[in-house]
Design a protein around this ligand. Structure first.
Ligand code: AMP
Ligand code: MG
Length: 350
């Protein structure tokens, strides 16, 4: 493993130069973290098994959890996927570049390590100028899972990447904070009825307009090792800070009352309490450390803030993190609640 991770701060003045330096590392089989619109990704040449192995090693990612392959042009599809159904092309036209990943039949040029040995490959085109320029310049599709240590909250800034992976990857491009904040929606279009394998940046309601019937192929709970899962990533613990997380879900006023009660009881035990909280609930309660999830009825706010908030609390030496789950479970809010439920050690519904 390498010792020094290069940090490239990118802006308009040095854009081409940084892209060229980072692409060179990728062409030589190295690893580069870069911003996408969803979260930071850790990229390597998706078609080079030795390069992809470095991603798994750096993240400590289980070998059977496949990676999403990122492309910059639909022209690359022919190389990696086959038997692409018409609905897939309709979805690409509607959502690419953007936070929708399509699971397609793979071609053999995509190595087993990239797909976790599956006969399918997950593909998306990210909506971020740095990501698109990097893929183009590297001249190959890039495998790029979230650039965090496996199991930790996903990274939404370059600082998060550095905090997890410094010394374990070749470089990171710092392009500022991401826009969406939760990962892409994963949609399997290899069967007659498409299946959502992960809720994400593109909402279920919007996808339904295109595909009609859709199977919900994910759960919000951590899945037992022995269960048969369609998307291998579902069975692992996810998004978890080091500190215990209690998620309180329900109607706004009831959530505020429950959180207030919890703070009192933890404080009596001399525990330091961290709160991830909507602006509305924050009017009723306070704790040792607070981090805003934004407006309750604007789930885009919580999407942008939730991973940074979980990481912030880990740095604040609190004994317990209480999360306000009164965020509207609509649109990207479905993905927000999914991530929070997976991160939580305990769920209280009021
Ligand atoms: P990440 O790269 O961290 O955003 O995680 C990628 C997600 O996509 C994981 O949940 C994977 O299990 C899922 N995924 C990737 N490739 C496939 C595939 N071929 N079939 C089903 N799920 C996949
Ligand atoms: Mg991930």
């Amino acid at each position: 493993m390498n010792n020094k991770t290069l940090v490239f701060k990118i802006d308009e003045s040095n854009f081409a130069d940084i892209i060229s330096k980072a692409a060179r590392i990728l062409k030589q089989g190295g690893t580069v973290a870069f911003p996408t619109e969803t979260v930071y990704g850790l990229g390597a040449n998706a078609l080079d098994p030795d390069a992809v192995l470095k991603i798994f090693e750096a993240k400590g990612r289980p070998a059977d959890n496949p990676l999403i392959v990122h492309i910059a042009s639909k022209d690359s599809l022919d190389m990696i996927a086959t038997d692409i159904p018409p609905i897939a092309f309709e979805l690409m036209d509607a959502f690419w570049p953007g936070p929708l990943t399509l699971v397609l039949k793979r071609k053999s040029v995509v190595p087993d390590i990239t797909t976790g040995g599956l006969d399918t490959v997950a593909v998306r085109m990210p909506d971020n100028p740095v990501a698109l320029a990097l893929i183009k310049e590297a001249g190959t599709p890039l495998a790029a899972p979230s650039a965090n240590t496996s199991g930790r909250p996903s990274p939404t800034t370059a600082e998060h990447v550095i905090s997890d992976l410094s010394g374990r990857i070749d470089a990171v491009i710092d392009g500022g904070a991401v826009e969406v904040g939760v990962e892409s929606t994963v949609l399997d279009v290899t069967s007659d009825i498409p299946a959502i394998l992960r809720p994400g940046g593109v909402s279920l309601e919007v996808i339904k307009k295109y595909v009609g019937e859709v199977v919900i192929g994910y759960t919000d709970q951590a899945v037992e090792e022995s269960d048969v899962v369609r998307s291998p990533g579902m069975k692992y613990t996810h998004y978890s800070p080091k500190t215990r997380v209690v998620l309180v879900e329900g109607d706004g006023m009831a959530v505020a009352a429950k959180i207030s009660e919890l703070i009192d009881s933890y404080s009596e035990k001399n525990m330091r309490v961290g709160l991830l909280i909507t602006d509305e609930t924050a009017k009723h309660v306070s704790a040792d450390e607070m981090y805003s999830l934004g407006r309750r009825n604007v789930p885009e706010d919580a999407a942008r803030n939730l991973f940074a908030g979980l990481r912030y609390m880990d740095g604040m030496d609190v004994d317990i993190i209480i999360v306000d789950g009164s965020v509207k479970c609509d649109g990207v809010g479905v993905a927000v609640l999914n991530r929070l439920r997976k991160a939580a050690n305990k769920l209280i519904e009021v």
